[in-house]
Design a protein around this ligand. Structure first.
Ligand code: NAX
Ligand code: K
Length: 517
């Protein structure tokens, strides 16, 4: 499913009218109906439900008038408030306003903060508020009248269903510059908007559902829209049951390079995750004095001791051994638990320059790469980088706040500039491809913000790539599966008790569900 900017949505609305002859008033009618369904669901079981609909002067307000009409027709008590001058309504909204006025005597115009008293009693007596003040046409800070109303709604403590987007949230940036509606449920039209995946917009959205307003499917799948939501329907077909005639060599060989004193667990988790994700063979190449400890924790994974520095980190003498390992593997993960030390930069450079196979750089490997980004320019192999916002700050030179405020575009820009697949981790992990596409993931939970979770992710991505998925596919499905396994683990352990190995433990169940679809 695509995720759109306000302009992309306006273009789809316009094309539905101009190329497919669907009148905009029909789209508005459908939008209203989708919200009505949500309100009816939210208030199911309540006798004589009372609803307050608050509408602005744009088409979002027009949707609100449609909602009022249908709710009245189905027996609800509805008070509708238009904020501002009815003569300023858009044509479709004006028509729906006239229709509503002709069927209801509880339609009120509020044009000044002095008239807000009239809103108090209906707000305190209602079961639910419908927010149709502003939609995707909104940007900046709202005027004082609307701002006061939003405060009143938020303070009322009533459930709020937002039409298309909570009023006050900017559709493209998720920014809130003054007041904004804190929605319980947002019913967005046709496609999700970027704001739902960016803070603070995401926090104002509440539950999100997407309503079909009859925009033709071929428009909704427009290839020129470059931002996508990762869905199971899309990922699962990459995980069909395996053909009968196979052996372990058919599913590739993952090499994990990393480990240092105190960070051996990172290698263990990446290697285990790769194996559980279906890789045929996994080898962990680690500093030699740590090898016995790692070997004792890994049964199916092979381990190789590498020459080490006095700090027991991988030394430059290890490079020939690394080269021969790289020649025997199908994908390499470099960085888990590697430690931060001067030679790390040369080790990472060597891997990127020598490997003839795709390379995933994670964790300390990313910190080493950040000092030496130029190496990305001349290589021939696909590269996947999996930074969290702090590591992304090192790679990009932007602050964490700047990255978080614009995650989709920061990821897109970096992946395009450096020709890598970039996995920017965090709530709603973003995957950006070298071709300029961005994918937003919705699986996962706060319990996964735990030590080793990132190592598991890089292991899963490597495991998928070893089995033949393309780098972009492996990154997208890896992030989805990682989050889904974390969600399954949460059902058993809750958020606080969840650890990274619990995520590994649930990978097989997630993949099994794909295979048996
Ligand atoms: N054909 C269409 O375009 C459809 C539009 N639909 C609805 O229409 C909405 C978009 O409608 P509009 O484009 O009319 O805009 P909105 O209804 O979102 O906003 C109303 C007006 O507020 C103004 N505005 C923006 N920022 C402001 C600020 N800071 N202070 C004061 N005024 C500000 C804008 O100029 C805009 O004209 C969608 O979110 C959706 O709910 C749906 O009815 C489906 C079909
Ligand atoms: K709204």
């Amino acid at each position: 499913m695509k995720i759109v900017s306000a302009q992309e949505m306006r273009d789809l609305d316009r094309r539905a009218s101009t190329e497919f002859h669907i009148p905009s008033i029909v789209l508005m009618e459908n939008a209203g109906l989708r919200v009505v369904e949500a309100v009816q669901t939210a208030l199911a079981g309540i006798k004589l439900p009372q609803v307050v609909v608050i509408a602005g002067k744009g088409n979002n307000g027009g949707d609100g008038f449609v909602v009022s009409r249908h709710l009245i027709n189905s027996g609800f008590h509805v008070d509708t408030f238009l904020l501002g001058d009815p003569s300023k309504l858009t044509p479709d909204a004006a028509l729906n306003f006239r229709i509503l006025q002709s069927i209801s005597d509880r339609v009120f115009v509020v044009s000044d903060t002095g008239e807000l008293q009239g809103l108090l009693a209906p707000l305190s007596g209602c079961d639910l508020v419908v927010d149709a003040i502003y939609g995707i046409g909104f940007h900046g800070e709202m005027p004082s009248l609307e701002s006061e109303v939003v405060k009143m709604v938020n303070q009322s403590g009533k459930p709020v269903v937002a039409v298309d987007i909570p009023s006050g949230v900017e559709a493209d940036t998720g920014k809130v510059r003054g007041e904004a509606i804190r929605a319980t449920w947002t019913v967005t039209m046709a496609l999700p908007k970027k704001a739902f995946f960016l803070e603070p917009g995401r926090s104002y959205t509440g539950m999100l559902t997407v309503g079909d307003i009859s925009i033709p499917r071929c428009l909704l799948e427009a290839p020129n829209i470059k931002t996508n939501l990762v869905t199971e329907d899309w990922v699962a077909p990459w995980f069909l049951p395996r053909p009968a005639e196979t052996h372990k060599g058919s599913f590739g060989h993952v090499l994990v390079v990393g480990g240092s004193v105190g960070l051996t667990g990172a290698v263990v988790m990446a290697a285990e995750a790769a194996l559980r994700s279906g890789a045929g063979l996994v080898t962990a190449a680690v500093p030699q004095s740590l090898q016995p400890a790692i070997e004792s924790r890994l049964i199916e994974v092979m381990t190789t001791p590498l020459p080490e520095t006095s700090l027991k980190t991988i030394s430059l003498e290890a490079l020939p051994a690394l080269q021969s390992l790289l020649e025997r593997t199908s994908v390499c993960v470099a960085g888990p638990g590697m430690g931060r030390y001067p030679e790390a930069r040369a080790v990472i450079r060597f891997v990127l320059e020598t490997a003839g196979v795709p390379v995933i750089i994670d964790a300390d490997g990313l910190n080493a790469l950040a000092e030496d980004l130029g190496v990305l320019k001349d290589r021939q192999i696909p590269v996947i980088l999996t930074p969290h916002p702090g590591e992304m700050s090192g790679l990009s030179g932007l602050s964490v706040a700047e990255i978080q405020a614009d995650r989709l575009e920061v990821a897109r820009g970096f992946a395009s500039e450096w020709g890598v697949t970039l996995v920017l981790k965090g709530h709603n992990t973003v995957i950006a491809t070298p071709g300029g596409d961005v994918y937003v993931n919705v699986t996962g939970n706060p319990g996964m913000a735990t030590a080793g979770s990132g190592d598991v992710l890089s292991g899963i991505i490597a495991g998928f790539m070893a089995q033949g998925l393309l780098p972009d596919q492996a990154a997208i499905s890896g992030v989805y599966v990682h989050g889904k396994a974390g969600d399954e683990a949460k059902k058993e352990k809750g958020e606080r008790g969840l650890n990274a190995m619990d995520i590994v433990h649930y990978i097989p169940a997630v993949l099994k569900a794909f295979e048996s679809r």
